[in-house]
Design a protein around this ligand. Structure first.
Ligand code: GDD
Length: 324
């Protein structure tokens, strides 16, 4: 019989790429979706007819239990979260409820209703925060710098505790930033590529950004969802860093994006807006994915210059319609 998977956060960037991957592998895919008055199914266009959507919310235990009972999953991917770091400073308790306690609710649901299911938790490089070592790997100490970061730290430890206490096959993917044309517009890469496309098409004159010196290890999202799946195919659960082991600053990303659109002097268009600065910043992140390479045979292949090209091209196409 084919395998069954339940994905929370299925309408997002990672959820939609993962749904496509699992459908292509013959899985029966269920997605947990939060009810919105205007549903956002754009990213699911390619697979919507082939997956099953179940209403539910990470803040509501009964809807989680119901989704697990209904889908009877072999694999559960917990990708849902309040995932925007900046917002977590404005809504710290909501962020903790969704991105921290929500993980515990998911684990409880699995423990009670599908204890044989394998569980993937979307952990994050934001756990490293004020980084203690460079590059960061699975043994680097954590120092989160936001409510998002400390909520995710709770989720990370909940996974390990359920593994140790109840023998669940539960793994943390400590993913460094991963982007694509499906990235939400509030995140810096997409803000830049969308802004550049608007300027290139004469729809805007400038782009406001926050900390231009922040440095990130940016990879390409479709490659990262493949890594999530590989984690759950291992005999033993474990925790893995997925990253490129290269890093760029926001300024470098912006400069490349303007260059792709034919502008040499990116500085002319960019102004720094203090409102986009964070109360505590994660200045730099670079991950060492050696364990994932060795055990999962996983490697990131797309680097920032190529990623920028894909994202700028997609934003230009979205805004002007397909090129002939
Ligand atoms: N969003 C945003 N907007 N960030 C900006 C801007 C801006 O205009 N200007 C500079 N930045 C800086 C931020 O201060 C931060 O240092 C960096 O760009 C990246 O910000 P985001 O793209 O918002 O991502 P993030 O690194 O905070 O978090 C993302 O990656 C994590 C993985 O490490 C999110 O996807 C998290 O959910 C994820 O866990």
């Amino acid at each position: 019989m084919g395998r069954r998977a339940l994905i929370t956060g299925v309408t997002g960037q990672d959820g939609s790429y993962l749904a496509e991957l699992l459908v292509s592998k013959g899985y029966t895919v269920y997605g947990l979706v939060r009810r919105l008055s205007t549903p956002n199914m754009t990213h699911l266009a390619a697979v919507k007819e082939r997956i099953h959507l179940i209403d539910g919310d990470l803040t509501d235990q009964s809807s989680i239990n119901n989704a697990i009972r209904e889908s009877q999953p072999d694999e559960v991917y917990n990708l849902a979260a309040q995932s925007f770091v900046q917002t977590s400073f404005k809504q710290p308790t909501l962020t903790c409820d969704v991105s921290g306690v929500g993980v515990v609710r998911m684990l409880e649901g699995v423990r009670l209703h599908a204890p044989q299911a394998r569980f993937y938790q979307a952990s994050t490089s934001e756990l490293y925060g004020q980084v203690q070592r460079e590059p960061q790997d699975e043994a680097t100490p954590f120092h989160p710098r936001s409510p998002y970061g400390f909520a995710k730290l709770m989720g990370y430890w909940a996974v390990i505790n359920y593994r140790e206490s109840y023998g669940l096959h539960a793994s943390n993917g400590i993913l460094f930033n991963h982007e694509s044309p499906r990235r939400g517009i509030e995140f810096v890469t997409r803000r830049i590529t969308h802004g550049v496309a608007q300027i290139a098409l004469g729809k805007s004159k400038n782009l406001h950004l926050g900390n231009l010196a922040a440095r990130r290890d940016w990879g390409y999202a479709p490659e990262y969802v493949e890594g999530m799946w590989r984690m759950l195919q291992q005999r033993e659960p474990s925790d893995y860093v997925l990253a490129t082991n290269t890093s760029f600053t926001v300024a470098q990303f912006a400069s490349l994006a303007f260059k792709v659109a034919g502008f040499r002097n990116w500085r002319k268009f960019v102004s720094v807006d203090q409102a986009l600065m964070r109360p505590a910043e994660v200045h730099t992140l670079r991950g060492n994915p050696k364990k994932a390479r060795k055990r999962l045979g996983w490697q990131a292949t797309t680097r920032v210059p190529e990623l920028v090209k894909k994202m700028v091209a997609a934003d230009l196409e979205n805004l002007e319609g397909p090129r002939r």
